[in-house]
Design a protein around this ligand. Structure first.
Ligand SMILES: NC(=O)c1ccc[n+]([C@@H]2O[C@H](COP(=O)([O-])OP(=O)(O)OC[C@H]3O[C@@H](n4cnc5c(N)ncnc54)[C@H](OP(=O)(O)O)[C@@H]3O)[C@@H](O)[C@H]2O)c1
Length: 338
């Protein structure tokens, strides 16, 4: 059996902390605050909704001191050091610029924005302001990813020639939902495909070319697609995403000496196998966290980065985010998605 390295993730407790503010108390904000409060020393001190009563209800549920009825009020709160932006993608640019202008560090839900141009605006503003900024690509901060990173660096797989990744989910059709409404940044690629595109980028970097094929929903957003990414080396990635069917959400990395296989739900805390030659080694996810509970890892990583004086995460830089957004944008254009 091949010996596997230990994950070198930031410890969930005992490290530096930030006082967080949350913009937009929707579904993911609820999960993020729940697991971050339950499993780390980070504390959310304020929440803002466009509707005060929603912020008050969220604050009461999570033991948050202050509730605001506008996003502007929260970013003006001197008690808040870092802002977690959890609105639909279409709102990320405006809210990130608002928080950055107020001098706050920002953790922006994926995708960072709906276009390369919007993402560049955020990146430029954050770098000019000298605040910490990161897209909330939480899978990058999970223990499994730390181990895969070390295996790749160790060369266990030889030369990596293929990465595959899928993230699909079945959303009920609602033309006004953020999944299907083009005005809210709808479509599978931005919402789900961003993960396997990140995974391929994490392993192989930016591709030389993107070829996409797929279908649109009746609202004009992309419903399902397959992408082939080609690299300057002989490597290829095959990415699939859909919001009209369920799949195992699997991912693989294959090289000349071995392969890594995530059989299901690789986005969240998950187990994988390493096969080198005929020898197969299983790594079992040790935390027992289910899916969104793993969101807490990125919060402690941000706090550690800020304490270290960084303005970007070396694990998921702003340039990484721009390169991933470039792939998504190219694919969306090829599909003719709105
Ligand atoms: N990391 C993950 O695993 C994960 C999972 C799901 C979603 N996400 C990301 O998180 C973001 C939010 O997704 P969600 O599922 O949490 O959405 P959601 O449940 O619809 O919540 C979004 C919140 O944004 C606020 N908002 C601001 N402007 C809005 C607008 N024009 N239309 C609708 N709502 C608006 C609303 O709160 P108020 O009106 O109260 O301010 C709403 O509750 C998306 O970018 C998505 O990609 C990440």
């Amino acid at each position: 059996m091949t010996s596997l390295p230990a994950p070198n993730t930031v410890p969930l407790r005992g490290g530096p902390t930030l006082r967080w503010g949350v913009l937009a108390p929707g579904g993911i904000a609820n999960q993020w605050v729940g697991t971050t409060h339950a499993n780390t020393d980070q504390r959310v001190v304020a929440v803002a909704s466009r509707t005060l009563s929603r912020a008050e209800e969220f604050a009461a549920r999570h033991g948050i001191d202050t509730a605001y009825g506008s996003y502007e009020q929260l970013v003006a709160d001197p008690a808040v050091q870092a802002v977690y932006i959890a609105a639909p993608h279409s709102e990320h640019r405006a809210l990130a610029l608002l928080a950055i202008a107020a001098g706050k560090h920002v953790l922006i839900e994926k995708p960072i924005a709906v276009s390369v141009a919007e993402a560049e605006e955020i990146v430029t503003a954050a770098r000019a302001a000298g605040v910490f900024a990161m897209e909330a690509m939480w899978t990058r901060f999970l223990p499994q990813t730390s181990i895969v990173e070390q295996l790749l660096a160790r060369g266990d797989l030889g030369e990596v020639l293929r990465v595959t990744g899928d993230f699909s989910a079945k959303f009920d059709f609602d033309p006004t939902s953020r999944a299907f409404d083009p005005a809210l940044g709808g479509g599978a690629l931005l919402d789900l495909g961003v993960y396997p595109v990140w995974f391929a980028h994490f392993v192989l970097g930016a591709p030389r070319s993107v070829t996409a094929t797929g279908s649109l929903a009746s609202t004009g957003v992309d419903a399902q697609s397959a992408l082939i990414l080609d690299y300057a080396s002989a490597a290829q990635s095959v990415i699939t995403t859909s919001m009209i069917l369920r799949t195992p959400i699997a991912a693989t990395i294959s090289g000349t000496a071995g392969r890594i296989e995530f059989p299901d739900e690789f986005i969240g805390p998950s187990s994988f196998s390493l096969t080198v030659g005929e020898e197969r080694t299983e790594w079992t996810e040790p935390t027992g966290f289910r899916w969104g509970e793993g969101l807490c890892y990125q919060a402690v990583a941000v706090a550690q980065h800020v304490a270290d004086g960084l303005t970007e995460s070396p694990l998921h830089t702003l340039d990484d985010t721009l390169e991933i957004m470039t792939v998504l944008e190219s694919a969306r254009k090829q599909l003719g998605a709105l």
